[in-house]
Each structure stands twice: as C-alpha cells, then as structure tokens.
Design a protein around this ligand. Structure first.
Ligand code: ADP
Ligand code: MG
Length: 635
C-alpha cells in the first residue's frame, strides 16, 4: 500500500488530482456541520446578489438562495450519485463479465450479444430512454447512468477473464479439485480486480458528468433539491445577466471531473504491474550510462572488448549489482563461452554491450564496452543503432518471443535487411531466402510465407539465427540459443554456428549454463558467479584443470554418459541475491574450502597467460605460491 501511494504521488498530476479531490470530498463531508444558510430557503428580495455580498460569499441565485450552500450540498449529492452509479455499474458489469468470460460457450454468447445490443445505442440516448420510461428523479437518473455503463465493464472484464481462464494456474486449480465458484473467487477475481479498479477510476468522472447532464435537462434531481447539473440548468436563463450563477457550479464540475480523471490515470499507472518496477515511463532507447570513474584506457585486446563493465538496477532504494566489473574480449573467428548458474548476470552482461538493458531501472555505472577500439557506452544513439545488427547481432533464447507473431518470417527477415540497406523489397526478399537457405531450412521458398507459430522450435531458432546474420555482423552474441531445444536440434544448431564462424570469421559470444555445449563449441570460456568473472581460460584447460572451486563444482554437476555410476554432487545453497552481496568472495558461503579471509575483502583476479582465477585457495595448489608472490610484488 505504501509503495502504491509512493508510486501514485511520483506522478505529479495524479498527486494534484488527489489533493483537489480530497479537499472537495472533505468539504462536502463536513458541509452539514458548517454554519450555512438553508440551501432551499428562498428570499426573492435578495435575487442575483453578486459574490462577496454580505452573508452570501458566492452570491445568490434567481430565487435568492445562497449559492455557497447550494453548491456544497449540490456537490455532495452529485458526488454521491456519481460514485454510487460507478459502484453499481462496476459490480454488476464485472460480475457479468467474469461469468461470461469464465464459463464461455453459450452463456457467453447470449450474455455478450445482449451487452452488444445495449452498446449499440448512443449511451446518452439510452440513459434518456431509461429515465423517460422510469420517470424523472435522482434515483432513476442513477439507475440510468449505472445501466448504460454496465456494458463497458462487462466487455472489459470479460476480455481479461477469457485470457485468465485458459491459464495454467486455473488448470492447476481445477486439477486440485477446486469448484468453479472457488476458482472464480480465489484465482480469477484477484487478477481482474486491478482492471476493475482502473476501469472505475477512469469512468467515475464520466458518470458524474452524465448524472449532471440528466439533471441539467431536468430529468435528475427535482427542485428545490440542488445538484450540480440542476444548478447549471436553472442558471441557464440568467447566463448573461448574472453569470456567476452558472460559473459557480460550472467551475465545481470542472474541478471534480478534472481531478477525478487525473487521479484515475495515476491509479491506472500505479496499478499496472509492468510499471511498478520502473518509473512511470517507457524504457529509454539505450541503457542509461552514469559512470562514476573514468573510462578505462586498457589497450584493445579483441574486436569486442568489455572492460570492468558494471551494470546495476536501481529499484527504489535497492541497488542490484547484476554485473560487477566484468572484463572479457573476443577476437574475430573466436568463440568465447560465458557459463554460470541462472541469475549470475550473463544476460545483463550481454545486453549491456549494445545498450539493450532496460532503463530505468538499468544503469551502467562503470567500465567500457569497446568495439574495434571505440567506446560504445559514450557513442550517440544514432551510431549505436547503426551498429546494432550490423556489427553486433544477438540471438536470444526464445525465438517465439523475439519474432513478431503477426508477420510472416520472410517479411521480418526482409525488414531486418532494409533497416540497414537501401534495397528494394524484392532484393531484400531474395537475400532473406538466401539466408534461410544458409541456415539449412528445407523448402525456404514456402517457409518465407510462414508465420512463426507455423514453425517448430528448432526452425524458429534458425530463423532467429538467419536474422542475426542478415547484415553480416562481425560479432554474434548468443544468449542461451539452444536451451529451449531438444538435443538433436541443439547439436544441429551448434554445428551450424561453428560452420558460420569458420566460413565468415564471425566472433561468437556464447552464453550457456551447459558445460557440454561449451566443450563442443567454445575456444575459451569465462565462468561467471554473482555478476563477476571467477575463472577464465582455454576451454580444454578449464574443463580438465578447473582452478576455482565453483568451476570444479559446476563440472561435477554434469552427468556423463557411459561414465559409470558416479555420485552427482549438487552445490548446496543458492547464489546470493545481487542486492545484498557479501564482502569478498560471493561463493564463500557455499564453498567447501572457504577460510575466514575469503570473506574479508575484495579478491583480485589473478591472471597468468591465458588463465585467470579469482580465488585465494585455487584447486591447483602450486598457484597459491605464485599468487602470494604476485600479491607481495603488488604491495
Ligand atoms: P542470467 O545469468 O541467468 O542470464 P541475468 O543476467 O538475467 O542472469 O540476471 C542477473 C541478475 O540481475 C539477477 O540476479 C537478476 O535478479 C537481476 N536482474 C535482472 N533484471 C533485473 C531488473 N529489471 N531489476 C532488478 N534486478 C534484475
Ligand atoms: Mg539469462
């Protein structure tokens, strides 16, 4: 709740709306206690007194009634009627929507066609017809306004419910033996509640206006009772001679509707779970860069060079250190593997390269990403955008999520090409066809016309690879591209990537949590843990002689086919949450060899030729002496 209020008030306009509305509500709540004259007492001698006359702060109307008293009592009535109408419409409409959406079938058909019929009428006309049938009066106006708004709620909520009714957690509840009534109350209702609140907060202003409209026409509140609409209606005749009589209720209607709508928009934004973690804005086109230190001046080591890269997520007060000083490089034609448990920061590292980490909340707080010597973090957006896809391309884990579901794959390939090259549509299609052929998709001509859902997972991933290759990049960053695939397809994709690297001299950064894949494809491998590189080296050496206890534990977790019966050792415990990293080695709490020093302070990466390890007690003991010497020399 506190977080909700904080989010709400971060939106200045919503805060303003809340304050104005709060003041109005407070005022009308205490109205009966205020020393006001009777709002309905007429005094024909005091007709049309101007505002600020003695005893009548806002003046009087055509019957000499005190405008301030009428305004406050009228606002009270209008607010109450509008709110009641909104509550009634929301309750009935949502109930209809949930039932129709959840049970579907014939019930849905019959109910929703009825709702459609109601919606087919212009709704002020419908309200007028209802009041005409029931007879004028405030209660009937309330019924009419509520009735015409029911279809709006029913439609909205039905749509949300249909989406929920087919979800796995509802199936799971059914499997657990829950009855329909319980499922609706426990599984569905909490999920549609935010939508109901949002729909209400954005319509309540309308309903107040509609009630006022009916009263204005004389169909709502009956004289002498005042509400905002009837006050306006009565003042109409004296619009020129005594404008204050219409301005007073008019300004109040304006204030109420304005503040309700501003507040409603704020509530909608604050309740949207997608907006909760970030600010109330869309992510920026590139990751925010706020480097505390200088840009590292380390000489170029590879085509793509990450130097002491630090990427954090700033969520409220919390700081998640997802990437805490990562240095990596990859040369043309080389394949670098990045391996680590889920949550170790592999994806964030990869996305930081091209500024693809969503900001907010992501911020690059230090280091550099150099492509061919040029720092990408300080590059302007235009040149960065040109490099995306053309110099560095990505392959993501889930091609179903990265391909657009509504476009044919051929069109998507052609689009990727035309973003970077001025070629005709036909030429782009021709190149797309060639690409599909090069990733060994059978029947590429007919596959061009397929939608993503018409392909198998392996086929889609090939399309993903074809798209990455579309502009002949020099570096491909593949983020677990085969994790979702079965082993045979995985093997095909890996051998294809390997061929491409040899044919085109591609540099590949291959992210995975599978040592088998690393052994098959990568020349070098870097092991990540809690946002840092803990070990690096040539793949064979790392696999045969792991130096960091974490690496050797990871390797021990891999089952070996035909390797006889061996006890698979799970690593006890979990990786630390990156917003509460312990000092020193993050693996120490899970490490069998940990000593008190391990948790004291920063542990440097010890580098020797191609190998690097961040550990005080590495698996090969001869290193310990060398490391001690290096430390002494460093001091
Ligand atoms: P993986 O190695 O599995 O690819 P990620 O790079 O996706 O891991 O995530 C690294 C860490 O960053 C995780 O601990 C994750 O909780 C954190 N993280 C990722 N995205 C966000 C975010 N938007 N807000 C807060 N923390 C995040
Ligand atoms: Mg990942």
């Amino acid at each position: 709740m506190r977080q909700f209020l904080k989010l709400l008030f971060r939106n200045r306009l919503a805060g303003l709306g809340a304050i104005v509305l709060g003041a109005i509500v407070l005022l009308v709540l205490v109205t009966p206690l205020l020393p006001l004259p009777d709002p309905n007492a007429t005094a024909t001698g005091d007709r049309f007194l101007r505002p600020f006359s003695a005893g009548h702060l806002l003046g009087t109307d055509h019957l000499g009634r005190d405008l301030l008293a009428r305004l406050l009592y009228g606002t009270r009535l209008s607010l109450a009627v509008g709110l009641a109408a909104a509550l009634i419409a929301a309750t009935i409409g949502s109930a209809i929507g949930i039932l129709a959406g959840y049970f579907g079938g014939r019930l849905d058909n019959v109910v929703m066609r009825g709702v459609d019929m109601l919606m087919a009428f212009p709704y002020i006309l419908l309200a007028l017809a209802i009041v005409a049938a029931l007879g004028p009066g405030l209660l009937n106006a309330l019924i009419a306004v509520a009735a015409v708004n029911i279809p709006f709620f029913a439609r909205n909520i039905r749509g949300v419910t249909v989406g929920l009714a087919g979800r796995e957690f509802v199936d799971a509840a059914k499997l657990a033996g829950m009855g329909s009534g319980r499922i609706v109350m426990v599984e569905i209702l909490p999920n549609v509640l935010p939508t109901i609140v949002i729909a209400m907060s954005t319509t309540v202003g309308w309903m107040i206006l509609e009630t006022a409209g009916l009263s204005f026409l004389g169909l709502g509140s009956q004289p002498p009772q005042a509400d905002l609409g009837s006050m306006l209606g009565e003042a109409r005749a004296a619009l020129i001679s005594a404008p204050h009589t219409s301005v007073v209720p008019g300004v109040m209607i304006f204030l109420i509707v304005m503040s309700v709508n501003l507040l409603g928009d704020g509530i909608r934004d604050a309740l949207d779970p997608r907006l909760k973690s970030g600010a109330l804005s869309r992510p920026r086109a590139t990751t925010a860069v706020d480097r505390k230190g200088p840009v590292p001046e380390t000489p170029q080591q590879g085509l793509l060079d990450l130097q002491e890269l630090q990427t954090q997520f700033h969520v409220g007060e919390r700081i998640y250190r997802a990437v805490g000083g990562v240095s990596l490089h990859v040369k043309p034609g080389e394949c670098l593997g990045i391996i680590g448990e889920s949550g170790s920061g592999k994806s964030v590292t990869a996305l930081s390269v091209m500024g693809l980490v969503a900001s907010p909340p992501g911020v690059v707080t230090g280091g550099a990403v150099k492509y061919d010597g040029e720092d990408l973090l300080s590059a302007d957006y235009k040149s960065l955008r040109r490099k995306r896809g053309e110099n560095v391309a990505y392959i993501f884990q889930d091609p179903l999520a990265t391909l657009h579901p509504l476009y044919r794959v051929g069109d998507q390939l052609a689009e990727a090409i035309r973003v970077h090259h001025r070629v005709s549509d036909a030429e782009a299609k021709r190149r797309g066809l060639e690409l599909l052929r090069s990733v060994r998709i059978p029947n590429p001509e007919s596959r061009m016309r397929n939608y993503p859902h018409e392909m198998s997972g392996g086929m889609r991933q090939r399309v993903g690879i074809a798209m990455a290759l579309a502009n002949d990049p020099d570096v491909i960053i593949a983020d677990e591209p085969t994790t979702a695939l079965d082993v045979t397809v995985q093997a095909q994709i890996l051998s294809m990537l390997d061929d491409l690297r040899r044919e085109r001299g591609l540099a590949i950064v291959f992210i995975t949590h599978d040592f088998g894949v690393v052994a098959q494809l990568c020349d070098r491998v870097a092991v990540m843990y809690a946002g840092r590189i803990v070990e690096e080296g040539m793949t064979r050496e790392v696999l045969e002689h792991p130096l960091h206890p974490y690496t050797s534990r990871l390797i021990a977790c891999v089952p070996e086919l035909g390797g006889g019966r061996r006890k698979l050792e799970a690593i006890p415990g979990l990786p630390p949450p990156v917003d509460k990293l312990p000092p020193g080695c993050a693996f120490a709490p899970r490490c069998p060899k940990a000593q008190p020093e391990c948790q004291k302070g920063e542990i440097a990466l010890f580098t020797k030729e191609e190998r690097a390890v961040r550990c005080l007690y590495p698996e090969e003991t001869f290193l310990e002496e060398e490391m001690a010497d290096a430390r002494l020399a460093g001091e």
